[in-house]
Design a protein around this ligand. Sequence first.
Ligand code: HEM
Length: 154
Amino acid sequence: MNWFKRTLSKITEPNSNSQSSQRDPCQSNAYDLIGGDHTIKAIAASFYQFMDSDPQVKPLRVIHPDSLTISEEKLYEFLSGWLGGPQLFQQKYGNPALRARHMPFAVDETMRDQWLMCFEHALNENVTQPEHRQAIFQAVSTLADHMRNQPSQS
Ligand code: HEM
């Protein structure tokens, strides 16, 4: 996660994260920069609202459960830890091992791009600073690509 911390530290004022001194210094500091728990919850809610309503991402929607309540909660819990806040997902479910958890689903480039479309929408709705949106989107794009388990189409 050091690379992500470095990416975000470029957009951090010196000492702006001094209130998070109890945090693991290897973790990203994005959590505080974008507004903490409240913003992370809002991102997860916007993400699944978009997935549930936009016809462009229907193929992604249909591989998810009918009710998205648990999915939204899990995404919120994961993002909390991944962005440098409390490790809520890990405390509840253990090591995220996200790639392994996605193996039951065929994740190809189309699915990856649809997932990222939902995430970009959620960032646009909830993260005010364009440079924070950009840094987080860049990092999550790498993660989403790592989730691919189907051969490239090209
Ligand atoms: C790349 C395209 C992706 C696809 C097609 C995809 C699809 C899915 C599906 C179908 C599930 C199971 C339903 C559910 O539990 O909600 C799931 C679970 C999950 N996804 Fe993704 N996902 C993708 C990328 C990501 C990324 C990049 C993240 C993290 C930022 C993520 C975080 C999660 C989490 C935390 C769970 C719950 C895992 C569990 O406890 O089993 N997903 N995903």
